[in-house]
Design a protein around this ligand. Structure first.
Ligand SMILES: Cc1ncc(COP(=O)(O)O)c(C=O)c1O
Length: 365
């Protein structure tokens, strides 16, 4: 049996008619940038998350760097972020000239809130929380730290659309919730897309200005902004997907629950989630000391897996200038050497999942 690490086509075919109708409607409308679909999506996504305002941007990285910029964070400032994140979180900080201060993760792959305060200095301006793999971070502790130290809070929700902490959606705890709609995401577009969710009207206004060359009124530019607009076609298609997001999420939760119930192998550590959260399983990430061997073993049996992520940002070539030595974040580095993402996609059949589980349970026997 051949099982890919992901199957995005199935996500399209499930709602094919609705996607095709919407695409044609937008193509025939003559409005392609910042029109009614973007406005409607922004309204609907804000409502879905429980945030007051949503502003569409071109991708998740732009949401992050614009958030850092608009919150007034730049050269000489420090932003606290977890070591085991996708490099985009860190780029969102460094594009602005600010310095990332890395914190080790806890057993839920999230920033270890108990290790944050020791790293706060007078240069610290913000904490960037990443709800990695779709599991919410410890927002109670983190929001309390931000209040105590007067820090801004940015949430990287690129992997956590619909994830809950104490019944509230990720992206609504901090100053800015940053989302990516990259096609593999739980709420995925058919190209690049992103958005921010904010409660502050003035911040929402600033995002609208920055995403459009820094202009509120055409050809009158207030600030040096970006060309970072969500387009009408993606917004329209995202509206279709958003209508089905709870269904899409429920399917992923069911797949994750089955993995958690049926994978039984002492060589494999299963992902855990905090009790007061709803994980949305953007990825289902196991850990194994013999990870590379396991990956090859699965590959030989036709099962595709991925590593999120093999090189932690502080050890990547791009951040050699930070001069953070190998071994300085042992938990982060150990995760990079042991994590493995199993196939968990909408449309995965019972038979496919049974095969993956059987292969995993036979590994090392
Ligand atoms: C945690 C995280 N942050 C940020 C991003 C950046 O999003 P995008 O690819 O839309 O720029 C991604 C995904 O790619 C991500 O997984």
């Amino acid at each position: 049996m051949q099982i890919s690490s992901n199957r995005m086509d199935l996500g399209f075919f499930k709602y094919q008619k609705e996607f095709e109708e919407k695409a044609l409607e937008v193509l025939r409308s003559g409005r392609y940038i910042l029109g009614p679909e973007v406005e409607a999506f922004e309204r609907e996504f804000a409502e879905y998350t429980g945030g007051k305002y949503c502003v569409g941007v071109a991708n998740g990285l732009d949401a992050l760097w614009l958030a850092v910029r608009i919150l007034g964070i730049g050269k000489g400032d420090e932003v606290i972020v977890q070591g085991n994140t996708y490099i985009a979180s860190v780029m969102g900080i460094t594009i602005n000239g600010a310095t990332p201060i890395f914190v080790e993760p806890n057993e839920y792959f999230a920033i270890d809130a108990d290790k944050i305060e020791a790293l706060i200095t007078e240069r610290t301006k913000a904490i960037m929380v990443v709800h990695l793999y779709g599991i919410a971070a410890d927002m109670e502790k983190i929001t309390a730290i931000c209040r105590r130290h007067g820090l801004k809070l940015i949430e990287d929700c690129a992997q956590s659309h619909g994830a809950l902490y104490d019944g509230h959606m990720t992206g609504t705890f901090g100053d800015v919730g940053c989302f990516s709609f990259y096609p593999t995401k739980n709420l995925g577009a058919f190209g690049d897309g992103g958005a921010v969710v904010v409660d502050d009207e003035n911040l929402a206004k600033l995002f609208r200005i920055y995403r459009n060359y820094g202009s509120e009124k055409r050809y009158y530019n207030k600030v040096v902004g970006a060309n970072s607009r969500l387009d009408e076609l993606q917004a329209g298609l995202l509206r279709v997907r958003l209508k089905h997001l709870e269904e899409i999420t429920a399917e992923k939760i069911a797949l994750a629950e089955r993995y958690s119930a049926e994978i039984k192998n002492p060589l494999i550590t299963l992902p855990q989630t905090p009790a007061n959260t709803r994980a949305v399983w953007h990825q289902y990430v196991i850990r194994c000391e013999k990870r590379d061997e396991l990956m090859e073993y699965l590959e030989k049996r036709g099962i595709g897996t991925l590593i999120h992520y093999p090189i932690p940002p502080h050890l990547s070539e791009a951040y050699a200038y930070l001069k953070i030595e190998k071994g300085s974040l042992p938990i982060t580095e150990h995760f990079a050497n042991t994590v493995l993402s199993l196939p968990i996609y909408n449309g995965m059949t019972d038979e496919e999942q049974s095969y993956v589980i059987a292969c995993l349970n036979e590994f090392g026997a």
